[in-house]
Design a protein around this ligand. Structure first.
Ligand SMILES: C[S@@+](CC[C@H](N)C(=O)[O-])C[C@H]1O[C@@H](n2cnc3c(N)ncnc32)[C@H](O)[C@@H]1O
Length: 191
């Protein structure tokens, strides 16, 4: 039986040595970045910036020709994260509430989204439906776009709303504490 281990033991000298609870687990970010590297998305979105730890790695994975918007509703966190990302070409951190942003968004469709803001079921369900409504085929995602949803296991109960939208759930119980990752892809061809 694998026992939970300290992050420093699992990843000695890892750049995530300053990882704090609240940031996405490094191995889960690794999966997100692998999906980005595999699909070369042009327009990316992250909801919930916190310290921009995942933002930085998503940017590294997608490259300077991509556009990455990250949303943070708390002003102090947004200020700190914006300063961190100031020199990163194509990265914008916005101080905005995520659903309000999605409701008003008129820009290019997203190829890749990482949902990691408010984990309430109704909130995430609304975000998913605005990104891609599987009943109508409408939304802000490009065909074949990928949406990753953090913490689908455990107390939040997000797994069911991901599965209901044809997504699947990746749980990593052997890798220390993890809330798991939901992954769904919008249809490659519009209905
Ligand atoms: C789990 S943390 C994000 C962690 C970050 N994605 C990472 O991997 O390092 C959630 C963040 O979302 C922000 N947040 C919560 N609800 C939000 C909302 N409705 N809109 C935008 N940001 C929100 C919180 O202030 C917090 O900083």
């Amino acid at each position: 039986m694998n026992k939970p281990r300290l992050l420093e033991e699992l990843f000695p000298n890892h750049p995530y040595a300053d990882w704090l609870s609240g940031s996405c687990e490094p191995w889960t970010v690794g999966i997100i970045c692998a999906l980005i590297q595999a699909t070369s998305p042009r327009f990316l979105l992250e909801t919930g910036t916190l310290e921009a730890m995942t933002t930085l790695r998503m940017h590294c994975a997608s490259g300077e020709d991509s556009t990455l918007i990250s949303l943070e509703c708390m002003k102090d966190r947004w200020e700190e994260a914006s300063t961190k990302c100031l020199d990163l070409k194509g990265v914008t951190i916005l101080n905005v509430e995520a659903v309000a942003f999605l409701l008003n968004y008129k820009g290019p469709k997203f190829d890749f989204v990482f949902l990691d803001d408010d984990h309430g079921v109704d909130h995430v369900a609304m975000e998913l439906d605005l990104l891609h409504n599987f009943a109508t085929g409408e939304g802000l995602m490009a065909p074949g776009g990928i949406i990753c949803i953090h913490d689908v296991h455990g107390t939040f109960g997000l797994g069911a709303i991901v599965v209901a939208r044809h997504g699947f759930l990746l749980n990593l119980p052997i890798l220390h504490k993890s809330g798991g990752l939901g992954i769904l892809q919008t249809p490659v061809r519009p209905a």
